[in-house]
Design a protein around this ligand. Structure first.
Ligand SMILES: NC(=O)C1=CN([C@@H]2O[C@H](COP(=O)(O)OP(=O)(O)OC[C@H]3O[C@@H](n4cnc5c(N)ncnc54)[C@H](OP(=O)(O)O)[C@@H]3O)[C@@H](O)[C@H]2O)C=CC1
Ligand SMILES: O=C1CO[C@H](CO)[C@@H](O)[C@@H]1O
Length: 336
């Protein structure tokens, strides 16, 4: 069904009447649903309903993180849907991420335990190192120096990774991966690990297609998973005159041709590249609508037109984390 896949896809088992979401296979044999729900910026008062609506609509992958500040409410939604008999735990694929203030080896289990407690789970399907750079430990999630700049820590992500490996060995996590790592950082990790990362979760959309990182990662057995597929229009640091990806004329034209919305085109674009994707929404109609991406296919010409929108590593990126630019492990100096 999908062209240009980096990994095999297969039908995902579901217990409810909802349509089965195709999956992508990781290098450890585990499978991730190709479509999920993002939860960054989903407020505690909104995210519980959002996750419940998503599970009712057929979503089985929820992308979470300790730093999103809403894992207790996501956990409440998951517990409710399991208690209602809509899904079983094993039907769900739950991702979370180790925040930058927990990189020091003695803090990795602490970060994971907090997430498991908040999500009311006894294991995660996927646990990611959120960024390659670390922040000053044991305080605020966003620690600052006296001059207001981010307070860095120089913990090496290789040391963090050794503890990540232990989370698999202890049975608390099924798969481990990275997020926002560049090629050189990923290679350094591959050269020094016991358990290979299954995925690198990165930003991608037609303005930042990540073709080079995608091909290189695939050659190493690592599947890219895609964040901010709609261009993250609600990102808190967006400037008023920043362009909006959902308003991109090429995207709108392709959408009209297929009788779909721009969001469908941007989600379907990643699915046809074989990349798992998880748009965020707290709106019931958009959550349901974003799931309707399995009933149409972008043509070769559509895909080429979308690939042609690439703006490059600097102009194309919506989530650059510029505040950490001075950290030695800030990943985006490299081409990819
Ligand atoms: N690893 C990392 O460093 C990062 C991971 N992520 C993950 O990826 C997820 C998705 O990325 P995110 O940055 O949130 O941005 P997205 O690209 O998913 O965009 C989300 C925004 O689009 C709106 N929206 C959703 N569907 C539609 C639609 N069909 N038409 C128009 N607007 C729509 C949402 O509004 P509304 O809610 O009102 O529907 C929201 O404002 C995150 O939530 C998070 O889970 C994101 C950034 C970094
Ligand atoms: O996932 C993400 C969204 O929120 C975080 C903190 O605000 C970002 O750093 C990160 O990229």
């Amino acid at each position: 069904m999908f062209r240009d896949t980096t990994a095999s896809t297969s039908s995902h088992h579901l217990t409810s009447t909802a349509m089965a979401v195709p999956t992508v296979k990781f290098n450890n044999g585990k499978e991730i649903p190709i479509l999920g729900l993002g939860t960054w910026k989903s407020k505690p008062g909104e995210v519980c309903d959002a996750v419940k609506w998503a599970i009712d609509a057929g979503y089985r992958h929820i992308d979470c993180a300790l730093v999103y500040g809403n894992e207790p409410e996501v956990g409440e939604a998951i517990a409710t849907k399991i208690a209602e008999g809509v899904v079983k735990r094993e039907d769900l694929f739950i991702t979370s991420k180790l925040w930058n203030t927990y990189h020091r080896p003695d803090l990795v289990q602490k970060g994971l335990n907090q997430t498991l407690k908040d999500l009311r789970l006894d294991y995660l399907d996927l646990y990611l190192v959120h960024w390659p750079f670390a922040f000053k430990e044991e305080g605020e999630n966003f620690p600052v120096e006296a001059d207001g700049s981010v307070a860095f820590s120089d913990v090496d992500y290789l040391d963090t990774w050794k503890e990540m490996e232990k989370t698999v060995e202890s049975g608390k996590v099924r798969s481990i991966g990275i997020s926002n790592f560049n090629k050189e950082q990923t290679q350094r990790l591959l050269d020094n690990c016991k358990i290979k990362p299954v995925t690198n979760q990165i930003e991608s959309h037609p303005w930042l297609n990540q073709n080079a990182l995608k091909e290189w990662s695939a050659s190493k057995g690592i599947v890219l998973t895609v964040y901010s597929p709609l261009g993250s229009p609600d990102r808190p640091f967006a400037k008023p005159d920043d362009p909006v990806l959902l308003d991109e004329p090429v995207v709108k034209k392709i959408a009209e041709k297929h009788g779909k919305g721009p969001g469908h085109v941007l989600i379907r674009y990643q699915i046809q590249r074989g990349l798992p994707v998880f748009p965020k929404s707290v709106n019931q109609k958009r959550i349901q609508s974003n799931f309707n991406v399995f009933d149409f296919e972008l043509t070769k010409e559509d895909m080429e037109a979308l690939q042609g929108l690439e703006k490059g590593n600097v102009k194309g990126r919506c989530v650059p984390y510029d505040d950490a630019k001075k950290h030695k492990y800030w990943p985006f100096h490299a081409d990819f």
